[in-house]
Design a binder for this molecule. Structure first.
Ligand SMILES: [Zn+2]
Length: 385
């Protein structure tokens, strides 16, 4: 049984677990956590049209409270390996850093959680004063269909009830202890379509140019803020990502024009209310003149907030204990699997420094692995005290 986060991280980095490949990462974790007394379950989830993916659940203890570390053992592809100073799946240490795809996103954090758990169990051989689990998916960086959604459902069907979850995504902008994520904005994608009447540019009175209507509605949607932000969220934002007509002909008024947009929204809105608000604004701008419709993509990224309270204070306090600094509580950035976990128990995110995630030469400072392990250990000590 080794509680050394650097050794565990190196072993994980040597497993080429590019989504949807398991790459040996979960087999390795099964060995380490199994040796430490965890009961390990591995399951493959599949669905037509997607690659089957391996997932992992391990638990020690039978009582409550039940604390779960969540994470993903899959990684994004390394891109051109020749661009890397050190091979992406070698686990090389150079200077004060450990290199490899997944070093910060997020095998490094999994290694710290495993190391902290083993160390606590070694010093408390009676087991946790409650239950401690690991919920590890192999489908976070891909389409996320055969990952956390199904893993959480599997756990529920097997009687697992979680009280609190810590997700080890890289949350810190500069150094370990900067930032906890206590929520995430929701995300909606949509297509705005305006229909006109095709015709000759020299005879516009015989045609109806949909570009005029498209610009009118786009202008309306961009000119008025969706809200002014809330206690824990920045203002929601609507961003157009493309405008498409596809017209190659110089003297032709096209029949249809389309634009795509994404909305990142805060807890001032629910998804249905937000869709209605945007459609109402479009209708107001369109009046009876413009023929338009908005087609909304299905979304599984709703806004959520884990309100500040005892659990957030516990995590924050552990960070203060180890680093002497109080982390900021943030809801910025993209979505994560916390959007699925929040339906089962309160979840906060805290992990390594995010500057090299998904980049060439992804790496973690050796000192950061020690710091994060100490913080995770402190969280466990406070939680199970
Ligand atoms: Zn990640």
């Amino acid at each position: 049984m080794s509680g050394d986060p650097v050794a565990i991280a190196r072993n994980l980095l040597r497993c080429p677990s590019v989504t949807p490949e398991e790459g040996g990462a979960l087999t390795y974790l099964e060995g380490v956590l199994g040796n430490a007394g965890f009961e390990v379950h591995r399951m493959i989830f599949a669905e037509p049209g997607t690659a089957p993916v391996e997932n992992f659940f391990a638990r020690i203890g039978t009582g409550s409270p039940h604390f779960v570390f969540a994470g993903h053992a899959d990684v994004v592809p390394p891109g051109d390996s020749a661009q890397w100073t050190h091979p992406p799946f070698a686990g090389d240490i150079a200077g004060d850093a450990l290199y490899g795809r997944g070093a910060v996103d997020m095998k490094g954090a999994i290694a710290c959680a495993v190391a902290a758990s083993i160390a606590r169990l070694q010093e408390n051989p009676g087991g946790p004063n409650g239950s401690l689990s690991f919920l590890i998916t192999g489908d976070e960086e891909g389409v996320a269909v055969n990952g956390s959604i199904k893993l959480l459902r599997w756990a529920e069907e097997h009687g697992e009830k979680f009280d609190h979850c810590l997700l080890g995504e890289p949350t810190n902008p500069k150094s370990v202890g900067d930032m906890i994520k206590i929520g995430r904005r929701g995300s909606l994608n949509a297509r705005l379509v305006v229909t006109g009447t095709q015709g000759h540019v020299a005879y516009p009175d015989l045609a109806d140019n949909p570009l005029r209507g498209l610009i009118t509605i786009m202008q309306a949607l961009l000119s008025e803020p969706l809200d002014r932000g809330s206690a824990h969220f920045d203002p929601s934002n609507l961003e157009f990502t493309t405008v498409d007509v596809g017209n190659e002909t110089v003297n032709l008024i096209p029949a249809e024009a389309r634009a795509r947009f994404n909305v990142r929204y805060n807890d001032c809105h629910s998804a249905p209310a937000l869709r209605k608000l945007i459609e109402t604004r479009a209708q107001k701008a369109a009046k009876d003149r413009i023929r338009w419709r908005i087609a909304w993509d299905a979304s599984n990224a709703d806004v959520f907030l884990t309100a500040p309270g005892p659990f957030v204070d516990l995590v924050s306090g552990a960070i203060v204990d180890v680093t002497g600094r109080k982390p900021s509580l943030s809801t910025a950035g993209g979505t994560s699997d916390a959007r699925f976990i929040k339906d089962y128990c309160p979840v906060v995110e805290f992990g390594l420094v995010n500057t090299t995630m998904h980049a060439v030469d992804e790496r973690v400072a050796i000192a950061d692995l020690a710091t994060l392990t100490a913080i995770y250990r402190r969280i466990l000590d406070r939680y199970f005290s």
